[in-house]
Design a protein around this ligand. Structure first.
Ligand code: 9YT
Length: 133
């Protein structure tokens, strides 16, 4: 069993910061669960482009408000606490936090290793061993 608290992650190497967001990665691939769990903050007044070409991600908003724009369809969906979006189809998207910081709990399949960085397309590379499958 793994029991962790956000306090264990804050300030550790699993607490990573981008320009418009920060992510506290609570469970990563090395836990052997088959998914990763992240507690992410999207800063108020910012727009972020993400495109997880090789991962599926479910995101559950617990604080703040904003919207997600599906760049494939142009559709904009409002986000408030209790909203979940699931990127079943690896949708390229823009995330905007409009009222307060948006705090999002995210689950990734396959799990993030913790070594990924967003490339110029907002994508995370697939871990090597998965890419060889
Ligand atoms: C909201 C969202 O998509 N967060 C993704 C997780 C974060 N970018 C990370 O852990 O790298």
């Amino acid at each position: 069993m793994i029991v962790k608290n956000l306090d264990d992650v804050i300030g550790s190497e699993d607490h990573v910061k981008g320009e418009t967001w920060e992510s506290r990665r609570i469970i990563l691939k090395d836990a052997g669960m088959g998914f990763s769990v992240h507690d992410t903050i999207i800063y108020e007044g910012t727009e972020s482009m993400f495109w997880y070409k090789y991962h599926q991600e479910a995101v559950y908003c617990v604080e703040g408000e904003g919207e997600i724009e599906d760049l494939g369809t142009g559709k904009i969906h409002p986000i408030k606490p209790g909203t979940l979006y699931a990127l079943v189809g690896h949708e390229k998207h823009l995330l905007r936090a409009t009222k307060g910081n948006m705090r999002m709990v995210c689950v990734f399949n396959p799990p993030c290793t913790g070594k990924e960085t967003h490339d110029e397309e907002g994508a995370y590379a697939l871990p090597k061993e998965e890419a060889n499958l």
